[in-house]
Design a protein around this ligand. Structure first.
Ligand code: UDP
Length: 241
């Protein structure tokens, strides 16, 4: 199948290095300490953060740092093509772990000893790249909750189809059987905190695909900064300052 046509356009009309449309909203779950919706094209996820709060299971309490927990799930209606269970299966467990480790790299856990931070992320609409969208939503939700972080953490994926590196794969491109490289970065510190790949990729192309995904992460970081700035301005207006 042709994933990039002779005019250089992908199936959804994007250029190879073009990301899907981003959209975000902060403060969507009023009971949570922080929350956000994040969309990358037709992939739409929601994140809610609770904490720092008392550790529920005292045996897990740590005297020198906060306990970070993360739960990833897919809503029953998020996809027409359910291959696995929406929650509690191996894929969800793995993605929960990956997101937790990625978020832990940016949270200043040592500033909140003996507490617990819960991050819930749920896929509302799945069209590829849900783990990246969840990381981006979790970053916004953590910022909304006022959790101290050393940097933002943002994520994006890139693939390699028809001998062309492609940014931010959608479901059809993801299912093409080619490599899918998901990267997470701390943009200000210029550090990679997450690198995952499925399928094989020649060594000489790995660098360029990874670089492309990292560029996508930086574009997401710029967008997230804009959204946070906008949100802060709105809060100031509401407070009348
Ligand atoms: N997907 C699905 N049902 C499932 C699992 C995955 O429809 O039970 C779709 C969904 O669109 C997802 C894509 O397959 O985004 C790719 O899944 P993958 O495991 O590669 O993770 P993701 O790219 O979402 O991080």
């Amino acid at each position: 199948m042709e994933y990039v046509n002779p005019e250089g356009l992908r199936l959804d009309g994007r250029r190879p290095m073009e990301m899907r449309q981003l959209r975000a909203e902060i403060g969507v779950v009023s009971r949570a300490d922080g929350s956000a919706v994040f969309e990358m094209g037709n992939t739409k996820v929601i994140a809610a953060v609770y904490g720092p709060r008392e550790v529920q299971n005292k045996s897990q309490q740590m005297s020198d740092q906060a306990l970070v927990r993360c739960e990833y799930s897919m809503a029953n209606f998020s996809t027409g093509e359910r291959k696995r269970k929406p929650k509690g299966d191996r894929r969800s467990t793995e993605i929960s772990l990956v997101i937790r480790q990625t978020m832990e790299a940016c949270i200043l856990t040592d500033q909140m000893p003996r507490t617990q931070i819960d991050i819930f992320v749920q896929v509302l609409q799945a069209d590829g790249g849900t783990r990246s969208a969840c990381i981006n939503a979790a970053t916004l939700a953590l910022a909304d909750a006022g959790i101290p972080m050393r940097d933002l953490v943002t994520s994006c994926s890139a693939g390699y189809l028809n001998s062309t590196p492609l940014l931010d794969l959608n479901y059809v491109e993801d299912g093409a059987g080619g490599p899918d490289v998901t990267v997470g970065i701390l943009p200000k510190l210029d550090k990679v905190t997450l690198l995952q790949m499925d399928a094989k990729l020649p060594m000489d192309t790995l660098e360029s695909v990874m670089q492309l995904a990292a560029e996508g992460c930086k574009a997401v970081a710029n967008y997230i900064r804009e959204i946070l700035l906008e949100h802060t301005k709105q809060l100031e207006v509401r407070r009348g300052t």
